[in-house]
Write a protein that binds this ligand. Structure first.
Ligand SMILES: [Zn+2]
Length: 282
């Protein structure tokens, strides 16, 4: 969806065309491209929502990883699902898709998915003769924490040189590996703000790790990773592309609480402590 500012800018351009005829062609081109995009977006949303509904209704847990929007819905907090369920808060394609299926993410479905992810990881462990553990390691060799007050409540921004390698903090199964983000293309990532993103899940701790704004992504969904394994490089995709906001890894951990059957986000202060402890270990 174009932002309000885009709308005003384009409306201004359209207004100008009445005064200056050489702009008429440009204005027509903009509105033609916009309606083409709109149609493409609408069809994409319908297709994705139908695919997700099929997976949920058919209890096709083995197909979970085929849809990163569904994974994202399972990753995020109930408060986000409630928020995007309201069409007023659906500003981009991913929010429209997730908002349309949010009511289908029931506690039972969530519990079944967690179980299936555990089974899937164990099967991978057997196949590859590899074991994941609860050990953790630092996501990057050198980084500095975002300043207090500039940071998030439930995430940390870790500043590092662009293209620095980003490594997996914990072991687990790669659930999302969005690697084709393009500016202005709402279909290029399951999170417009996140850009190129990796989400992994560790069944031992029931924790999801999310790495955001990556440049290159070095893993695929369904892959098993151990702590310290390369996931990609620091970039400025998603909303980190805005001036002065690049060169950082946005990092989050969400924990599945089995007894409450919901997800909880780790607070930024706890994330920071956890990473600082690792600095002392390594
Ligand atoms: Zn951030």
């Amino acid at each position: 969806m174009p932002s309000r500012r885009d709308f005003i800018r384009k409306a201004g351009l359209l207004g100008a065309t009445f005064l200056a005829s050489p702009l008429t062609g440009l204005a027509e081109k903009i509105s033609r491209t916009e309606s083409k995009d709109k149609l493409k977006y609408e069809q994409f949303i319908v297709d994705q929502v139908n695919k997700i509904k099929e997976i949920i209704a058919g209890k096709k847990y083995d197909q979970i990883l085929s849809n990163s929007y569904l994974i994202y819905a399972l990753y995020c907090l109930q408060s986000f699902l409630d928020q995007v369920s309201n069409p007023k808060n659906q500003h981009h394609v991913p929010e429209k898709i997730i908002g349309s299926i949010a009511h289908l993410i029931t506690p039972e479905f969530r519990a079944q998915v967690i179980l299936s992810l555990e089974e899937r990881t164990k099967e991978k462990e057997r196949q590859e003769n590899k074991k994941i553990s609860t050990n953790e390691s630092l996501p990057m060799k050198n980084f500095i924490f975002g300043k207090k007050g500039e940071n998030h409540n439930n995430a940390v921004d870790l500043f590092a040189k662009e293209s620095s390698p980003v490594c997996s903090v914990g072991g687990g199964l790669v659930l999302v590996a969005d690697s084709n983000w393009q500016p202005g293309n709402e279909l290029s990532s399951s999170s417009v703000k996140g850009g190129n993103t990796v989400i992994t899940f560790n069944y031992l701790t029931k924790e999801f790790y999310r790495y955001v704004h990556l440049n290159k992504v070095a893993v695929c969904s369904g892959e098993l990773v151990v702590e310290g394994q390369n996931l990609g490089t620091v970039g400025h995709t998603g909303n980190a592309s805005r001036p002065g906001h690049g060169e950082h890894l946005h990092f989050e951990i969400h924990k599945y609480l089995g007894d409450k059957n919901t997800n909880q986000a780790l607070l930024a202060s706890d994330l920071r402590k956890r990473l600082e402890n690792l600095k002392h270990i390594t």
